[in-house]
Ligand binder design. Structure first.
Ligand code: FAD
Length: 565
């Protein structure tokens, strides 16, 4: 183990590395240099203190510098910025931000854990004091102060990623009216469009004024308030604006020191988490490690990988063999009453990479339907048709999403196939799951589609379908059909299909079958195909179709309306 280890950055990656190093070596000298006032704070908890869910600010401070020193004998220097690395001399130039003093600190090994900073796009007025970002405790304090400055104020959140959505929800909890402006045609880009539709309808139902495919082009001061000008020419008046338009690795220090920087501006590290200098490691959001199961590097700024990488670096420095196998991108967020999660690749990434893939969408309840509280979640699985390997998964729903997605993340990490998903033996009793767990069901449905037993179509195939060309068959019950239907569809409830199919379904046209989420549709497609029909199942049933239909309607209505605030 090197005698003296200097760590730049003292939050997720930095503090974890320091603690693990000390647990492995009592003798090493460990120094943390942190620009801010706090180390080891819970960045991920910041939005929840804004909303009062995490009631006490102190709950976010996991370890104070004093405690870190007492518990781990780490020399913690807060309000200290590393301003230059001299690799040849093996020292770091540090500026004490309280006194202005600049001094040199030598190192045997250096760990970069400088994280990522919020991106503020070059929009006119973006530097106005009312335009805020959320990364640190002082940022959170500033947001709370701005939110409380005016009763029932209006916040504009720019960016519909997980930080934007969590912040929007928590500002509403604090009593503000919230508008969310997103440039893309969907929020939460790790999930595919049709699952995002469910999230978007849900956000609107909670009173968020949601603008999609809308860009902020300028901010202007209007008395005490801020005018937010949108690309469509409309404008909003806000009491505070949160820019949640992504983050970028804080790699300038490394770049100035001549370390290799990757295509995503992160510091390139190998599977040992070493940079292009063998005496410098990088972990967390600043690092660009090898991609999981693919060529090249990747960059996914999340806390799990930061912690894992930090632990591995400490192990390596203590002489233990390590190999970092890459980031697969497992993420999850609470969006009002829904959980939204993704792991592995989404469709857009697979298309970008030119990889062949198949997708399946299912709807399943989180536990046995007869046990109280059962509700549907939507799941999507992406897999390779060549070998059945699971490439990615996504889910949205009120309950049980986290547990399925963790199973699927594990499956991807271990290279599982769709047949292995079908074969998993998962814990079951009625309050917790189903004898055929939603993960098993994904495996079954993917196998059925891949083997051609039940060919599927997506919501796009029925959005503007031509009844002359296709018979669209609704196999749900009468009450379900009365509540909602796809216009132009023929109705034969599941239990009457055997009697009525011959009379009501012309053989010369393909039949697309739909039900609530796709399960009954599968049964009917199997029957019809065995009777010689060209039958296909609508993936995700009317759950996905209606989500897309309602979402597209809301987007069209929004586009034709003047801004509300
Ligand atoms: P950070 O935790 O950002 O720490 C880097 C530290 O380095 C900073 O404190 C910075 O001040 C310091 N620093 C930078 N440059 C210098 C310098 N030159 N000298 C001295 N110090 C320096 N991830 C999840 O997985 N799940 C979540 O739910 C989640 N929620 C989040 C919510 C919010 C609001 C935010 C902001 C992030 C969230 N994240 C979440 C992301 C997660 O927090 C980061 O991936 C993780 O903190 C990265 O750890 P890190 O050590 O690389 O960087």
């Amino acid at each position: 183990m090197p005698r003296k280890i200097v760590i730049i950055g003292g939050v997720a990656g930095g503090a974890t590395a320091a603690a693990r190093l000390r647990r492995l070596d009592e003798e090493a000298e460990i120094v943390i240099v942190e620009r801010g006032e706090h180390i080891s704070f819970a960045n991920c908890g910041l939005p929840y203190h804004v909303g009062g869910v995490i009631a006490k600010r102190e709950q976010l401070l996991l370890l104070t510098p004093r405690l870190m020193n007492r518990r781990f004998n780490v020399d913690v220097r807060v309000q200290s910025e590393a301003v230059r690395i001299d690799r040849a001399a093996h020292h770091v130039e540090i500026k004490n931000l309280a006194t202005g003093e600049v001094y040199l600190e030598s190192y045997d090994h250096l760990i970069l854990a400088t994280g990522a900073r919020p991106v503020k796009p070059p929009i006119p007025g973006v530097d106005l004091p009312s335009v805020l970002t959320l990364r640190s405790i002082p940022d959170m304090d500033a947001i709370i102060a701005a939110a409380d400055a005016r009763e029932k104020g209006h916040a504009v959140v720019v960016g519909g990623g997980f930080i934007g959505l969590e912040t929007a929800e928590n500002l509403m909890k604090r009593g503000l009216q919230v508008t969310l402006v997103e440039m893309a045609d969907q929020v939460m880009t790790p999930i595919d469009r049709e699952l995002a539709a469910i999230v978007q309808n849900h956000i609107r139902s909670h009173g968020v004024n949601l603008f999609l495919q809308e860009k902020v082009t300028a901010f202007g001061q209007e008395g005490e308030r801020t005018r937010v000008i949108l690309g469509s020419g409309r404008s909003l008046t806000a009491d505070l604006v949160i820019m949640a338009t992504g983050v970028r690795p804080e790699s300038e220090l490394a770049q100035a020191a001549g370390l290799e920087i990757g295509p995503r501006r992160g510091v390139v590290v190998n599977d040992q988490l070493l940079t292009s200098d063998p005496d410098i490691s990088a972990v967390g959001d600043v690092a660009e490690p090898p991609a999981f199961g693919a060529e090249g590097t990747t960059w996914v700024p999340l806390a799990g990988p930061a912690n894992r990488q930090a632990r591995l670096v400490a192990d390596r420095l203590a002489g233990r063999p390590i190999r970092y196998t890459g980031i697969q991108g497992s993420s999850i967020a609470k969006v009002f009453d829904l959980t939204v999660a993704a792991t592995g690749k989404n469709s857009a990434a697979l298309v970008r990479e030119g990889r062949e893939f198949r997708a399946i969408v299912t709807g399943n309840k989180q536990h046995a339907g007869y046990y109280p509280g059962a509700e549907f979640m939507a799941l999507k699985l992406l897999f390779s048709p060549a070998d059945g390997k699971v490439l990615g998964a996504q889910a949205v729903g009120p309950h049980g999403v986290d547990k399925r997605m963790d199973v699927l993340a594990t499956a991807i990490r271990f290279g599982a196939t769709i047949d292995q998903l079908a074969d998993l033996e998962l814990c079951y009793a009625p309050p917790f799951g189903a004898a055929k767990d939603p993960v098993n069901m994904l495996g079954y449905a993917a196998g059925n589609a891949l083997r051609g037993d039940t060919p599927t179509v997506t919501w796009e195939a029925v959005m503007d379908f031509d009844p002359e060309q296709v018979t669209l068959l609704d196999v749900r019950e009468y009450d379900e059909r009365a509540a909602d239907r796809i216009e132009g569809s023929v109705h034969i409830p599941l239990n009457l299909v055997r009697q009525k199919a011959e009379r009501q379904l012309p053989r010369e046209k393909p039949v697309i079958v739909y039900c609530g989420v796709g399960q009954r549709g599968h049964t009917v497609v199997r029957f019809l195909r065995q009777k010689g029909y060209d039958a296909r199942n609508l993936m995700g049933g009317i759950m996905i179709y209606a989500a897309m239909r309602d979402d597209l309607k809301a987007i069209a209505a929004q586009a034709s309306e003047p801004a509300k605030a």
